[in-house]
Design a binder for this molecule. Structure first.
Ligand code: 9MR
Length: 445
């Protein structure tokens, strides 16, 4: 009996010991050492690390954020057997980070060190070649047509607009006396350098010469004078200017009412119809735009503009397209608002011109120099705009025009009275992050 009891006690003890053994933690795995990658290209790299003994596989994380708050598609705990892995389908000129864990059937290590890299800049593709079936434009002034300006305009861009010298106050400063000096220089520059020439802008309340604002004649004489002006200008450049902003900014912000300009006062709201018709009579082939700002961000104004366009189209007025100026900020307006505003033109078979794009990096004046994070946020917005434009149906495309070449030349600096960096090139003509984002956006479609 004693023997039986002793045997049972021994078996129970054995059981306890063996159960205790089962619950012992498996040998832990040390965290792998992630190595610098090799083979970095525009869209891929080879992630590498040192083998961990007892590891059966590795779990690889790749993220565009250093804190791994999100992951590149397919690269969250991706199981890999060897000690390297080619990470693919990445964006060019973008920072990525990777880390990994070792894994066995019963254990997983903690995270390795984080390795960071930047994919390569897409080289040798000028903006104009990355754009499919539309022009990439920029603005010029007649005193900036040589040197680096000329070089970059010629290599990267395919279209130009005059920043201010093809407006009425410059071309027609005195009654009966046109001054074509600057406009001719710009139009000939476009022609000689193989660039498309967009005419900007025939009628704009903000660039109307004093003699027109204070016109002494009757309303009928005023109308005849405007007809003569439009026909004279469009006819003069009909072989070299392929499109015109016929009327600029005729609709008010907020209310959507017609702006009470001298044109509206003298001719009524039909002045818009008449200006388009006169431009068409002067050049049957020229592409005619209405151009305005805040089309994507001011719902009342947007709806008033499309009501006006519907009326023009219903009356067979020769309007071909809508210019969206797009003086915007890195965080506003939203992609959805821009896409929705642009689709309204597509619905109406209008050509879309992103006519004056600049993107403020410092709209609230909280920066005194362009930080890396703001520069990257601005880059993303430039990419977004280029993507939205590139995705348009070909028939609706015309041009995507930047309003300035380099940051220190932007109108915004004077206008807002504080520093900003709204363009693709810095003051020394260097391509910014914004440039590469814009280029990537163009290449996406
Ligand atoms: O950027 C232009 C600035 O240099 C001129 O002084 C100004 C007046 O001619 O026009 C600026 O461009 C405007 C464009 O013609 C229409 N949309 C708004 C632009 C910025 O004011």
């Amino acid at each position: 009996m004693k023997l039986i009891i002793k045997s049972i006690a021994f078996i129970a003890l054995l059981h306890i010991v063996s159960c205790g053994k089962k619950e012992e933690p498996a040998p832990s795995l040390s965290a792998p050492l992630a190595l610098n990658p090799s083979g970095i290209t525009q869209n891929s790299f080879l992630a590498k690390w040192v083998r961990v003994s007892n590891a059966e596989s590795y779990l690889l994380d790749v993220s565009a954020n250093r804190d791994f708050s999100s992951f590149v598609d397919g690269y969250q705990s991706l199981a890999v057997n060897g000690v390297d892995h080619e990470v693919m389908d990445l964006e060019a000129n973008t920072a990525y980070h990777y880390r990994l864990r070792a894994k066995s059937s019963s254990a997983e290590s903690s995270n390795s060190n984080v390795v960071s890299l930047t994919t390569l800049i897409p080289e040798g593709i000028p903006l104009k070649d990355a754009a499919k079936n539309f022009y990439i434009g920029n603005i010029v002034q007649s005193n900036r047509l040589t040197g680096k300006h000329q070089e970059i305009l010629g290599s990267e861009f395919s279209s130009i607009s005059a920043e201010y010298e093809m407006k009425m106050n410059i071309m027609y400063p005195n009654e009966g006396a046109y001054n074509w000096t600057a406009a001719d220089a710009i139009v000939n520059f476009a022609h000689d350098n193989g660039l498309n020439m967009h005419g900007h802008a025939l009628i704009w309340h903000n660039a109307t010469p004093d003699w027109v604002e204070n016109y002494a004649g009757t309303d009928a004489e005023f109308e005849a004078m405007i007809e003569d002006y439009i026909k004279t200008v469009v006819d003069r450049y009909k072989d070299k200017v392929s499109s015109w902003d016929v009327v600029n900014e005729a609709i008010l912000d907020g209310s959507g009412d017609y702006r009470n300009s001298v044109f509206y006062q003298r001719m009524g709201k039909d002045y818009i119809t008449k200006c388009f018709q006169w431009a068409r009579e002067a050049d049957p082939d020229v592409v005619l735009f209405y151009n305005d700002y805040s089309i994507c961000s001011d719902a009342t104004k947007q709806s008033a503009i499309f009501t006006m366009i519907d009326e023009l189209q219903n009356n067979s007025v020769p309007i071909d397209g809508l210019g969206y100026q797009l003086h915007i900020s890195y965080n506003y307006p939203s992609r959805d608002d821009i896409v929705s505003a642009v689709n309204k033109s597509v619905d109406r078979n209008l050509k879309v011109h992103f006519s004056e794009l600049d993107i403020r990096a410092n709209p609230n004046n909280d920066l005194s120099s362009l930080t890396q994070s703001r520069s990257l946020a601005q880059k993303d917005k430039f990419k977004e705009l280029a993507e939205i434009y590139s995705a348009l149906p070909d028939d609706n495309k015309y041009a995507l025009t930047l309003w300035g070449l380099k940051d220190d030349e932007s109108w915004l600096l004077d206008f807002h009275g504080h520093i900003d960096w709204p363009l693709l090139y810095d003051a020394s003509f260097n391509e910014k992050d914004a440039y590469y984002g814009f280029l990537e956006g163009l290449m996406k479609n």
